[in-house]
Design a protein around this ligand. Structure first.
Ligand code: HEM
Ligand SMILES: *[C@@H]1O[C@H](CO)[C@@H](O)[C@H](O)[C@H]1NC(C)=O
Ligand SMILES: *[C@@H]1O[C@H](CO)[C@@H](O)[C@H](O)[C@H]1NC(C)=O
Ligand SMILES: *[C@@H]1O[C@H](CO)[C@@H](O)[C@H](O)[C@H]1NC(C)=O
Ligand SMILES: CC(=O)N[C@H]1CO[C@H](CO)[C@@H](O)[C@@H]1O
Length: 326
């Protein structure tokens, strides 16, 4: 009797879990193009490799592009659309500053279209390129379920409301991630993306020169580190670039967490990870264990991120050119 009850409960739980998966719009699957474009994933891998071989720093930019795509209107390729006469697109929103690497997406799309026209979406190509590029610089490799379709809307102002700001506090960061279905752990894990890449000085000049409008510096930065930051970035510096993870900016490792723990994270959003029990514990664990579980965790969180608000089935379209709607 007790066992039957247990089985009944289990079956009910299973049905709920399945229904949730479908209701959540996650009609993505591995090998989605196996029948319709079997070479697609290989073509994307090789096109990405050609670019990353010549310019490894693009891997960071492509990872960030995928993140920006997913956080604004879901992973629907909206970040790839150009502005038009009547519309200012996400690309031209303020947080786009250092988004680069569109040429890699365009090259992959052109190559895939030559093999199977009108079949593979730009949003899927972006998800694959981001994964391939990170793996090609010896970062983790995660499965990318496919079947995303492309959106037809891209609005610059939404980048400001949907993407977390570099000056966000931990409460705002947690709320932003929660609104995308991501957990506090996902926040700690995905922030580790800042182990690669660059930032503009302009993103941190207020933090180091005029934090509260009184010519002060954010007290949460290691005071011994402030002179170094100031020597790199003069006030109102708009052009100089900074490494996000000095010393190993091109390698995808867990150093980011040691940097944050030493109170040398570049943005307030990095530093704020020390102000929550769960994120702080995660930072400490990765810093002290040399990132024992970081790759594994990153793989899981990236799969989750890649499912945010996707269009599947008959929704959206398969764009012919990634920068314009059909
Ligand atoms: C948690 C909230 C986050 C904030 C506030 C944030 C903010 C930023 C900012 C302001 C920049 C530099 C822009 C510039 O000055 O040029 C940046 C760069 C970058 N971000 Fe984030 N980010 C966040 C999360 C993420 C996530 C989840 C990922 C990916 C998993 C990511 C990956 C990157 C990468 C790779 C770069 C370097 C880009 C390049 O080299 O071109 N970030 N981020
Ligand atoms: C975070 O920022 C928001 C908005 O500026 C503010 O209302 C809130 O008090 C801040 N929370 C913490 C914990 O600093
Ligand atoms: C610092 O911020 C205050 C308040 O926003 C502003 O009035 C002042 O001009 C700023 N100082 C500098 C050096 O930018
Ligand atoms: C999109 O805009 C970029 C930069 O302005 C331009 O080089 C490119 O040709 C445009 N793409 C299309 C398909 O119009
Ligand atoms: C890469 C890119 O599209 N950059 C644009 C960001 O937005 C500014 C205007 O806000 C444009 O001038 C850039 O071309």
């Amino acid at each position: 009797m007790a066992i039957q009850k247990h089985i009944k409960l289990l079956v009910q739980l299973l049905i709920v879990a399945l229904a949730f998966g479908i209701a959540n719009g996650q009609g993505l699957k591995l090998g989605f193009y196996q029948k319709t474009c079997p070479r697609a994933e290989g073509i994307v891998w090789r096109t990405t490799a050609n670019h990353i071989y010549r310019a490894p720093s693009l891997a960071a930019a492509l990872l960030r592009m995928h993140f920006h795509d997913c956080f604004v209107r879901g992973c629907d390729g909206s970040v790839l659309l150009n502005s038009t006469k009547n519309n200012v697109a996400e690309k031209d929103g303020i947080p786009n500053l250092s988004i680069r690497g569109f040429q890699v997406i365009d090259a992959a799309k052109t190559a895939v279209e030559a093999a199977c026209p009108g079949v593979v979406s730009c949003s899927d190509i972006l998800a694959l390129v981001a994964r391939d590029a990170i793996h090609q610089i010896k970062g983790p490799y995660w499965p990318v379920p496919l079947g995303r379709r492309d959106g037809r809307v891209s609005i610059a102002s939404e980048t400001l409301t949907q993407l977390p700001a570099p000056f966000a506090n931990i409460t705002q960061l947690k709320a932003n991630f929660a609104s995308k279905g991501l957990s506090v752990k996902d926040l700690a894990v995905l922030s580790g993306g800042h182990t690669v890449g660059i930032s503009h000085c302009s993103t941190i000049t207020t933090r180091i020169y005029n934090f509260t409008g009184k010519g002060d510096t954010d007290p949460s930065i290691d005071p011994n580190y402030v002179p170094k930051l100031k020597s790199r970035c003069v006030p109102n510096d708009k052009t100089t670039l900074l490494s996000m993870d000095p010393g190993s900016t091109k390698s995808f490792d867990s150093d980011y967490y040691s940097v944050v723990l030493k109170r040398r994270g570049l943005f307030q959003s990095d530093a704020e990870l020390l102000n929550d029990k769960i994120t702080r514990a995660y930072v400490k664990l990765q810093a002290q264990s040399h990132g024992r579980t970081f790759f594994q965790d990153f793989q899981k969180s990236m799969v989750k991120m890649g499912k945010i608000g996707v269009l599947t089935g008959k929704a959206g379209e398969i764009r012919r050119h990634c920068a314009v709607i059909n």
